[in-house]
Design a protein around this ligand. Structure first.
Ligand code: AMP
Length: 363
């Protein structure tokens, strides 16, 4: 590697860090990762420092050797990130990461920017539970912090269930959120540098038990696309954002509602590796390095299936015409995201048929 090769430090080396590092190679970008697991998905493909993500010394070591520091996970200590000020540029901005870490701050951000979201009540102490009934039943109790993939979340159908959910979640600060009767879940992935912003087409997502199982993109609706882009743009501007940002949305009879934001590349954007002119991973690297962004146009229709819990036999997937297999190099564990598989087709109907066939092969 030559000395003037751009170097990007990545905090976290899960599958997102791994796919970021892989996207860097063709552009001559060297990624260096930080993760407590020396055999992490990212460490298998790029140099990596083995340390806790909030280890100040390790973070400084990472930051000193790179042009810019970014993240593959939003649940990183804000204090630890703030301590890097003056050592390296952190992109996305720490304030955006802080807002995405805290469901209450996130809701307040949506409110401030006029972005509609599900009604909610802040639950800081047991007495606040009484106010939640105003949201109607059922409702969801979500811890303010460390909630993702359905973790830190409980459904409550009554006051008794709400009390039980609050106890089960450890009486931690939370929000109670009104149940949204959505027609479908969508997400928008966008990238922003100091000069420009670029948006992928909307993707339609299916979740099971709070975990993404599949994505089909593009979801073609010009009005919803425009609306979602205007919300992402407002968040970009609010933080002078750099990098990829994702907004998850509920599409309801009465229009779109924002669910949450992720200040990073996103599982619902994995289809862009084969399905778009430039992948979300490449565009994140371009954005944090302040390089020109790549074309976000879709190449026909793409379907992405997550491989959860166990990997299917490799030969069977590879024998399926057109299937693109991504193996994250993780040990199997029930429900764990171990890989994904993408299919492309020029026709949406044919794609959906072939996705069903691929699902049967993976089962
Ligand atoms: P989250 O961790 O907030 O992204 O929630 C995970 C999944 O739970 C979402 O993708 C939805 O499928 C579901 N979910 C979350 N919040 C609500 C809500 N207020 N109403 C209905 N479903 C929800």
């Amino acid at each position: 590697m030559s000395k003037d090769e751009p170097r990007v430090g990545i905090i976290g080396a899960g599958q997102l860090g791994r796919m970021l590092a892989l996207a860097g190679y063709p552009l001559g970008i060297e990624c260096v990762l930080l993760d407590k697991d020396p055999r992490s998905p990212g460490a298998q493909v790029a140099p990596s420092i083995a340390a806790e993500l909030d280890d100040h010394d390790a973070l400084r070591r990472l930051a000193r050797g790179v042009d810019v520091v970014t993240l593959d996970i939003e649940n990183v200590s804000i204090d630890a990130l703030a301590a890097l000020a003056g050592v390296a540029e952190i992109r996305p901005p720490v304030a955006a990461v802080a807002a995405a870490q805290d469901r209450l701050a996130e809701k307040e951000l949506f409110r401030e920017l006029g972005i509609p979201a599900a009604p909610f009540v802040a639950i800081d102490r047991a007495e606040d539970l009484g106010h939640a009934a105003a949201l109607g039943w059922p409702l969801l109790l979500k811890t303010r912090r460390l909630g993702y993939d359905g973790r830190g979340q409980r459904l409550a159908r009554s006051r008794d269930e709400l009390e039980a959910a609050w106890a089960e979640l450890g009486q931690r600060p939370a929000i109670a959120e009104g149940w949204v009767r959505f027609d479908r879940e969508l997400s928008l992935v966008g990238a922003r540098s100091s000069r420009e912003a670029a948006f992928y087409p909307l993707a339609e997502n299916t979740h099971r038990d709070g975990i993404l199982v599949s994505t089909v993109a593009p979801f073609e609706d010009a009005k919803l696309q425009r609306q979602a882009e205007s919300w992402l743009r407002a968040i970009f501007d609010r933080f002078d954002y750099r990098g990829v940002l994702t907004i998850e949305l509920f599409s309801t009879r009465d229009g779109l509602l924002a669910n949450e934001i992720a200040p990073r590349v996103h599982n619902s954007g994995h289809w862009t590796i084969e399905g778009a002119e430039t992948s979300q991973f490449e565009n994140h690297l371009r954005a944090v390095l302040d390089w020109p962004l790549g074309d976000t146009a879709a190449r026909g229709y793409a379907g992405m299936l997550n491989l959860l819990g166990s990997m299917p036999p490799r030969e069977r997937v590879l024998a399926f015409r057109g299937a693109h297999l991504h193996d994250y190099g993780k040990d199997p564990r029930p429900g764990r995201k171990l890989g994904h598989c993408t299919l492309l087709d020029g026709s949406r109907d044919r794609l959906l048929e072939r996705l069903d066939e691929l699902r049967a092969v993976l089962a």
